[in-house]
Design a protein around this ligand. Sequence first.
Ligand code: 3EB
Length: 350
Amino acid sequence: MHATARKRDDRPLMFSEPRERDFEPVPPRSPRVEYRDGRNAPIPENALAVVRFSDPAHIEGGGPLTVGVGLTAAGELAADAIWCGAGPVTSGRREKVRFAHDADFLFGVIEAREADYPDIRGATTAVYAAIDAFQRGSAFPYLLRMWNFIDAVNEGAGDLERYRQFCIGRAEGFGESLRAGYPAATAIGRQQPNGLVQVFWVAARTPGTPVENPRQVSAYRYPRTHGPVSPSFSRATVLADGTLLISGTASIVGHASQHPNDWVAQLAETLRNLDSLIAHARQHRNAIVTDGEMLLTVYIRERSQENAIAERIRTAFPNARTIFVAADICRRELLLEIECVVQPVSRAAD
Ligand code: 3EB
């Protein structure tokens, strides 16, 4: 390898590669997430997608791929997460899927009207079959991270609960295509219904590394008590540059919800889960997770608890950027859920 480097040093400067370590394989440059300080802050030119947590779905207008989630933001921040590419971005639409990609990563969005299907299960099956078909034909076949938003996630008793029916539909639609490993995910209920099954995702040319949490049973191995079909997600995905995409994380130990109706204890348990997951990811043999920048999204069921939860999170993560939104969590006893991106500290301007 050094011989190669020396050989390259002999070449005229104008022909040398711009990267310093071009004698080693250069990992794909991961997308980076930015949270905006306000609605008027500019959207970077290389944005793959803007996730507007507190805007209605179907935002009109030009610009980058945009998805309105339809939650209510707590606090005054624009609750927008911008996924930025590392190079020029191309966007388009194929059947029901809107997408944008750079050389290595793709962001996709699909929104289906639940009323066009018999029920939430049927709608979800159709959405996931469409994602599966799109991904199979894509140059970015590996799913890394997915978000799911539906109405009234806790409505219905027992196995008829809409979240459990959603889980059945997701597994039905996915078919066999997840053998390379489950993506990290979030599944959340809107408190103001808009009739949509909305799914968006990040995919890549090369696989990510799924990571599980030693404190928690893998969701795809949850026992029957939590529903007829286990949720299809991993606790986190690690990317080649050490970026860690952490799934929605709640007060679950083993497979059981802890501290029903006690948000203080649920938050403490959730933070222990995040700690444990991050520590475990750092030890993972395929993963080099650097000390990075943290970006959190916190979903809070009860608006009356927002301020107190926000204060504790700011104390626990003084350097993190955080979006707080009101939303329903997919087990009715859970009061909050936290998802997180840990990414390498900003690249120097390049
Ligand atoms: C849990 O750990 C809490 O069904 O995609 C978190 C993240 C949860 C993703 C999903 C569900 C999902 O089981 C719920």
